[in-house]
Write a protein of this length. Structure first.
Length: 197
């Protein structure tokens, strides 16, 4: 099923589908993303991507949802969100980490608020294959595999979010993306020097 992002009934279709554990391809704040609701939809995404279960998916969330999932979010991160910046943080309920982004995108934030839960998002590809960035190729490869594709621009974007790890000091850039996080990295290093004096 393909539904245009501008269709006024898009959330009437998308929200219940995701709540039931369905999968969707959505134009995200950076590139198109293969998405499912947090926790319930994880298995479906692993199956679609044929991905090793040890490699987790990033999570799109509102600020409030992000706070509820983590032990602590540094104030500089909260101050820059929403932004195309994915941050590795310590998960609240376990000793593991979680990669979260508060997207700078009205459609996604509206979806997250209507769902009342975060969603997983991952690149649109099968593991080991190139990422698909254009809508035509995405439909050709995935229309029969996912439950719904939300139509946005032909190319939503070509660069993924920047990924940083703030569980270390100074913070560490894991993936350079569309967001310039250099000031966050330098700021975290200065904080560490100040604390060590």
């Amino acid at each position: 099923m393909i539904v245009n992002k501008l269709n006024p009934e898009v959330f009437d279709v998308l929200v219940p589908l995701l709540r039931d554990g369905g999968t969707a391809i959505i134009p995200c704040d950076t590139i198109y993303g293969l998405c499912a609701i947090y926790e319930l939809g994880e298995k479906a995404l692993f199956n679609i991507k044929s991905r090793n279960h040890s490699k987790r998916f990033l999570v799109l969330a509102t600020k409030e949802q992000a706070i509820s999932l983590t032990k602590e979010i540094p104030e500089p991160i909260l101050n820059v969100w929403p932004a195309p910046l994915t941050v590795i943080l310590k998960a609240k309920k376990s000793d593991t980490t979680i990669a979260i982004r508060v997207p700078d995108d009205g459609f996604l934030l509206n979806l997250l608020n209507k769902l009342g839960k975060p969603i997983y998002s991952t690149s649109v590809n099968i593991s080991g294959e190139p990422e698909l960035l254009d809508f035509t190729s995405i439909c050709k490869r995935f229309e029969a595999i996912v439950d719904i594709i939300i139509k946005g621009p032909e190319i939503q974007g070509t660069i993924p979010s920047t990924l940083i790890d703030v569980t270390t000091t100074p913070y560490k850039i894991i993936r350079k993306g569309v967001y310039d996080a250099s000031f966050l990295i330098s700021k975290s290093g200065l904080s560490n020097i100040a604390l060590s004096k």
